[in-house]
Design a protein around this ligand. Structure first.
Ligand code: CTP
Ligand code: CA
Length: 223
């Protein structure tokens, strides 16, 4: 840090990043989930590591490889993701990118549910999952910088700002994930950075570029 041209400004900092979806079992062979490739979250974990941070990536089920240079904890369900995240506190930085399933099946079946031909299926009874970002944002060991995402299909700024406040985050990276944007599953992203004192619109960028910019912004904020 004393030498000029610091290219590892996050050396000595710890970071937790969540990525991917969670899978909430209905029975041993079926689940409910959100759409998420994990590309943006994994890229952020890699970008923070590249700036020198000691990064733990808590990933739900994805098909992309583990990024180099980060510790990866693989989980399936939201409750497992919460447990993995809190096990890594205290930390300096938390970036919650995962598309956590908002609900789980209240009583998942131990055995495969069989079809009863001609009979209506039993309705799924759902229970609300823990909010991992909100838990971290209000935690006794709250990281210095808590960053969330807001996946919206309308009113991106308004909904993003509401999430910033509700979840106790320092920044919300908001994006429009309407299917026609191609952001979900694609390699590009178009985000707005929502802070308590203002909003910044970034141009359409590759997910790797969004990750690098966000990592640089984190380094700047932590000084
Ligand atoms: N998040 C989380 N745990 C949850 C739900 C969301 O950690 N159970 C985090 C996401 O990782 C993201 C942020 O909260 O950083 C916003 O997620 P989003 O799904 O956009 O918001 P919700 O609060 O779940 O509201 P809704 O889905 O109704 O828009
Ligand atoms: Ca949600």
């Amino acid at each position: 840090k004393l030498l000029g041209g610091d290219n590892r400004p996050l050396a000595g900092r710890t970071a937790i990043v969540t990525s991917g979806p969670t899978h909430e079992p209905i029975d041993p062979v079926r689940y409910i989930a959100n759409r998420s490739s994990g590309k943006q979250g994994h890229a952020i974990a890699a970008a923070l590591a590249k700036l020198g941070a000691d990064v733990t990536l808590v990933s739900g089920p994805v098909t992309i490889p583990d990024p180099a240079g980060v510790k990866v904890m693989h989980v399936e369900r939201a409750d497992e993701m919460l447990e993995a995240v809190t096990s890594r506190l205290p930390a300096d930085i938390a970036v919650m990118v995962a598309a956590v399933a908002d609900w789980r099946v209240a009583a998942s079946a131990d055995q495969k549910i069989k079809k009863q031909p001609g009979e209506a299926p039993a309705p799924l009874v759902l229970a609300e999952n823990p909010d991992i970002l909100k838990t971290v944002g209000h935690h006794a060991d709250r990281p210095k910088l808590v960053i969330g995402f807001a996946a919206e299909t309308q009113d991106v700024e308004k909904n993003g700002r509401a999430k910033l406040e509700r979840k106790g985050a320092d920044l919300i990276v908001a994006n429009d994930v309407s299917p026609e944007t191609g952001i979900m599953g694609g390699d590009r992203n178009s985000v707005k950075i929502i802070a308590p004192d203002g909003i910044e619109t970034w141009p359409d960028l590759g997910k790797d570029e969004v990750a690098q910019r966000l990592a640089a912004l984190i380094a700047a904020k932590l000084g």
